[in-house]
Design a protein around this ligand. Sequence first.
Ligand SMILES: *Cc1c(COP(=O)(O)O)cnc(C)c1O
Length: 476
Amino acid sequence: MDISHKEFRARLHELADWVADFREGVSKYPAKSQVAPGYLLDQIGDEAPQQGEPFDRIMQDFEELIMPGITHWQHPGFFAYFPSNASRISLLAELLTSALGTQCMIWDTSPAAAELEEKMMHWLRDLLGLPKDWEGVIQDTASTATLVALLCAREKATAWASNKHGMQSLPALRIYVSTETHSSIEKAVKIAGLGSENLVKIETDEYLTMDPRKLEEAILIDRAAGRIPMAVVGSFGTTSTTAVDPVKPIGEICQREDIWYHVDAAYAGSALALPEFRSLSEGMELANSFVFNPHKWLFTHFDCTAYFVQDREALIRTLTILPEYLKTQKRSRGNDYRDWGIPLGRRFRALKLWFVLRHFGQDGIRAALRQHMKLAENLESWMNADERFEILAPRNFNLVVFRLSPSSMTEAQKEILNQKLLESLNADGRLYLTHTRVQAKYALRIVTAQTDLTEDYLQDCWHFILDRTEVLMTET
Ligand SMILES: *Cc1c(COP(=O)(O)O)cnc(C)c1O
């Protein structure tokens, strides 16, 4: 039996305090969970309990068993990967979403969700200065949105025949990315049945961005061999270093060659809210589709991916299904978003965007993003002023990619030194970094995009990095 209404009210009040304490005190927890693999498996029974248990017991286990195994993505010292910077206002909206417990597959299953989603996608589109005729839809992740983009590209390249007949009798359909592109594109290529052999990785230049001349060459070679160039996925902010593939030159090639152009701006898309970054998106109207994640760098809880398309009919034509039990009278009135993505069922995700965008306002969003840029700029300047540190990639936004690089050391020694640095920093708890490789060099990354990251906290972290550097350099 479910918890009674009376107890529910009491527990909700208790949890309200728990949540507020947690968010206020999150920096007291280690940014990266320090448990060993398997720590929980030994502590959870092999079967669900026969008899129900009281809330207090479950909650106690949550604190004792679960919390130690949590990596704190809302910790101010979470500098790893890309963040998922969930604001407090977004959390409040998520609470309401949970309360409603709606499933928003079509307009009828919650008209407010469908209509709010339509509006929120317009708000986001205009906030980022994307073309006014684009339409958008919320997806669970960028990976899914990119898969959807490739499915649409596949349909378009085969004159809407691949969904019906399969692809057995077709020549190879080719997809072009740069060598720095996110792994989700290769995954999408596999899932879409295109074959990872048909993913062509174009070499990058010294800025780690796709070289459009090499792209053009690869397309011509494929055409000459009877293959069909199907899609180009450009990166607007690669995961490794936030490199931006040149939007307009790639767009012009795609237009000339009639190839689907998908832009993966999963992380850095948010930067387009700032007019001073708009020049980077010149030519974006040439793209067929564009994805970015408000759940990474726009203060909105995971999951919330914004997927925009130039031609919504192409999207719906690729994905629509209409069995009898889903037929309704009102199809002409609102969007049935189940036809705009892969899952049938959908959470009410527009609500948190509405709360975030209204509470911050456009000015508030811009101020917060500019603060993140400034923190990264400060960090970079501290590193530039210390000859032991080397910046390994141009800083386009708020990601600093660096390593310790003592002049006396060989490349192999530097790699070991930086691995040790990473390990020793992450074992402490006050911050969490991850690494990458830049032109074969082992590099550390710091992303300054947390909702509550302050200049003071970053400075503390920097001094901590300097302390650990000191220790490691005297050891070696
Ligand atoms: C994070 C990221 C993705 C994947 O995002 P998900 O929403 O987790 O699927 C794709 N591309 C880039 C460039 C990313 O940074």
